[in-house]
Design a protein around this ligand. Structure first.
Ligand code: SAH
Length: 249
């Protein structure tokens, strides 16, 4: 899959693309990432990419034409017209289902806004989908782009160290959309706290049941909405319900 990122600050992507567990996905081209700076496609001595808003008010607005020229260059490189995504508070909030959809996609052009945002005429003419990362405002779409790319990369086969360990992560529908269980590592005794005994019992069936119970408890405590969803989808067994009932009593 191929993502073309349109950004005025391509340099902020380099540590992200070359560090950590997802690096393999980006360096091998499993998730191809190409960076494009609209400034390279802007005209005039100053290569202007932003200007003051019509109607007055604070801040600057990203101009439509350099973005359009960047898009044209990307289309030429790819030989097709890819889907165009704009990061914006306007968009639907990113969640696991969205990430899964992108992880199985052909990729897209990811447009990172800056300043007050992008000239609406560019949005109307070229943007297919808008994505928000939450109800707060960031200074640019670069972090949202990295959020999406990271989440997509870790879902690719063989990217995580243990094969497909993302299977056990929070929100996976295959594990009924529950949160992940708590994790422990050495030493067995730390300050006044010990590791739950079952985890060092070597009894795999008990460990699995304990993990399931913990997922249920943690989810009921922190995200009761996810328990409601799992119940609606009829994903909870009588044993699961017994754990939740015991917790509530
Ligand atoms: N004036 C705009 C915010 C502009 S912030 C407003 O109030 O809605 C500059 C850029 O940061 C945006 O164009 C967008 O690309 C990005 N951005 C800011 N917050 C975001 C969020 N919650 N989700 C996705 N992108 C965001």
């Amino acid at each position: 899959m191929r993502f073309d990122v349109v950004t005025l600050f391509p340099e902020v992507f380099s540590p992200f693309l070359t560090t950590g567990i997802t690096r393999r996905a980006f360096e091998s081209g499993q998730v191809e990432v190409h960076l494009h700076n609209p400034r390279d496609h802007a005209l005039g001595n100053y290569r202007r990419v932003d200007d003051r808003p019509f109607g007055g008010g604070p801040g600057m607005v990203m101009m439509a034409q350099p973005l359009r020229m960047t898009l044209q260059a990307i289309e030429q490189q790819r030989g097709s017209r890819p889907k165009v995504v704009l990061f914006s508070p306007v968009g639907q909030r990113l969640d696991h289902m969205q990430v899964q959809r992108w992880a199985q996609s052909e990729g897209a052009v990811l447009v990172c806004g800056r300043y007050e945002g992008v000239d609406q005429r560019f949005v109307d003419a070229y943007v297919d989908e808008q994505i928000s990362v939450g109800d707060y405002v960031l200074s640019g779409g670069e972090l949202p782009a990295m959020v999406l790319l990271d989440a997509v990369a870790r879902l690719q086969p063989h990217v995580l160290g243990d094969q497909d360990s993302h299977h056990f992560d929070s929100f996976n529908p295959a594990l009924d959309g529950l949160l992940d269980c708590p994790h422990y590592t050495r030493p067995e005794q730390w300050q006044d706290a010990t590791v739950p005994g079952v985890l060092i019992s070597g009894h795999h069936v008990h460990i699995e049941r304990w993990r399931r119970d913990q997922r249920l408890r943690l989810t009921a405590q922190h995200r009761p909405d996810l328990i409601v969803a799992a119940r609606l989808a009829q994903r909870l067994s009588p044993q699961d319900e017994a754990v939740l009932a015991e917790m509530a009593s």
